[in-house]
Design a protein around this ligand. Structure first.
Ligand code: NAD
Length: 464
């Protein structure tokens, strides 16, 4: 199939490279000339494991090209996929659809035959029908289009595997030609047994939001259980292992942390709650989840302050991890932003290190000293806060880090380490989340000798 993708960001670029790898002829279009010129020269605009090699392979095979010229790029294509951003509208919480509608109008105005225009961007219910409405007047004579909703579920950091081995592909469409083209695009995956759920436009739109909202609720629920565990001397990691072992619940997304952030959950939960209210429905569980998550992000700095003896003025705090999760350079609505700002407001001098060296860090956190290594971040620090679940953090030599610090205090907001390990490596104090049973005055193995550490096994699975 001949496919154009409009919007070459995390979703557009990964989808484009993967669809090319499945054998399609793909052009990725973006209005950001610098991004396109970079890609034409092999420079990736984002950090995503495996992406550079995938792009290079498909460019070399002439299946993948990049263009700044939307008018030319969408001509003579079987399908054009829209993958532009849908950020939150300031104030209202609704999804800002201006990029989607602008892209749809420009695509429609430049069609030269029958083309499927499918939306990969996350858009509220009703948007695809609206796209069909607003584009009707601008399609040139002799051209026509049918819309489809094709929400994307990939996760940054695991995006290629998510696209190539999807839990499901969702296609909402009414026109049988749209159904046929979308099915043909995904046929290489469907033929391998990956399920394609065909449905109406509205249903497809709701699936995407409901999935993200459910995952956000799952995380927030376990974060609140962690707070209870701290008070009652229970260990949340073992609780989560016990809860997640129930196949009706599942192990994924029960990992505790400093609250969810990123480019999707915050804006998508807000948009779904607002869509519901606009339709006279209250999603009370979701609204409570949004509020609880905001409170949690705001509460993390106080934990650091307590760990440092109750006063951060004049203290040097190292923060490891600035992105919203490991294995990505995306800082959008990262919990680290709330944490670092609150630490600075409490008088701490913050030295931060992130393995992806995110280009947005300087703009978003002007008051922070950005370190180029974990060693330089912790040098002379009064505490180190582990804020993001980067895989590489687990392999750090804790003893070597503790040696460099003025006061070796570790605040582990991802429960990546065990208290007893940190203490044995020279940390004076270890603070995790929901680990009441592992307080430093009660450090002990939760298991009888010889029993498998289910919680440790769980942690490796739940991160998926
Ligand atoms: P992004 O900001 O990384 O990329 C969007 C790109 O679209 C930018 O490069 C921008 O320059 C380009 N663009 C905007 N308007 C354009 C136009 N008129 N013509 C050409 N290019 C244009 O965004 P993203 O993270 O890839 O997200 C895109 C959509 O996918 C959003 O709706 C998001 O919610 C959804 N989504 C994102 C993820 C994720 O993990 N990032 C996962 C699933 C779904």
């Amino acid at each position: 199939m001949k496919i154009a993708i409009v919007g070459t960001g995390y979703v557009g670029l990964v989808s484009g490279a993967c669809l090319a790898d499945l054998g399609h002829d793909v052009v990725c279009i973006d209005r950001d000339l610098g991004k396109i010129e970079g890609l034409q020269n092999g420079v990736m605009p984002i950090y995503e494991p495996g992406l550079e090699a995938l792009v290079a392979r498909n460019v070399a095979a002439s299946r993948l090209t990049f263009s700044h010229d939307l008018a030319a790029g969408v001509k003579s294509r079987d399908a054009v996929l829209i993958a532009v951003g849908t950020p939150s509208e300031a104030g209202s919480g609704r999804a800002d659809l201006s990029y989607v509608f602008a892209a749809a109008l420009e695509i429609a105005a430049n069609l030269d035959g029958f083309t499927i225009v499918a939306t990969k961007s996350t858009v509220p219910v009703g948007t695809n029908r609206k796209i069909a409405e607003i584009t009707a007047d601008v399609i040139p004579a002799g051209a026509s289009m049918a819309v489809a909703s094709n929400p994307e579920f990939l996760r940054e950091g695991a995006a290629i595997a998510d696209f190539m081995q999807p839990d499901r592909i969702v296609v909402g469409a009414e026109d049988p030609r749209a159904v046929a083209v979308m099915r043909q695009i995904y046929w290489p995956l469907v033929a391998q047994g990956f399920p394609l759920i065909g449905c109406g436009l509205e249903t497809a739109e709701v699936v995407k939001y409901a999935a993200n909202a459910f995952l956000a609720v799952k995380i927030t629920f376990m974060n609140e259980v962690a707070d209870l565990c701290e008070r009652v001397d229970a260990d949340v990691e073992t609780v989560a292992a016990g809860v997640g072992a129930d196949h009706r619940i599942g192990r994924a997304f029960l990992r505790v942390g400093p609250g969810w952030g990123g480019s999707c959950f915050p804006k998508d939960t807000r948009a779904l709650a607002t869509t519901a209210r606009d339709n006279d429905v209250r999603l009370k569980v979701l609204e409570a989840c949004i509020e609880a998550n905001g409170d949690r992000k705001a509460a993390m700095a106080a934990r650091v302050e307590t760990a440092c003896g109750g006063d951060l003025r004049g203290k040097r705090v190292a923060v490891l991890g600035l992105t919203f999760k490991g294995q990505t350079d995306d800082m959008r609505e990262s919990p680290s932003l709330d944490l670092v700002s609150a630490l600075c407001a409490r008088g701490a001098s913050v030295h931060a290190y992130d393995p992806s060296q995110p280009r947005e860090a300087r703009r978003l956190l002007p008051a922070v000293h950005l370190a180029t290594s974990p060693q330089s971040a912790v040098e002379g620090a009064d505490a180190v806060v582990l804020a993001t679940d980067w895989d590489e953090f687990a392999s750090y030599d804790l003893g070597a880090l503790a040696d460099r610090m003025a006061d070796p205090v570790l605040v582990d907001l991802r429960n990546m380490f065990e208290a007893k390990t940190a203490i044995a490596c020279g940390f004076r104090r270890y603070v995790g989340l929901g680990r009441g049973a592992q307080r430093e005055d009660a450090v002990q193995g939760p298991m009888a000798p010889g029993m498998p550490d289910e919680a440790a096994v769980f942690r490796s699975v739940a991160a998926e």
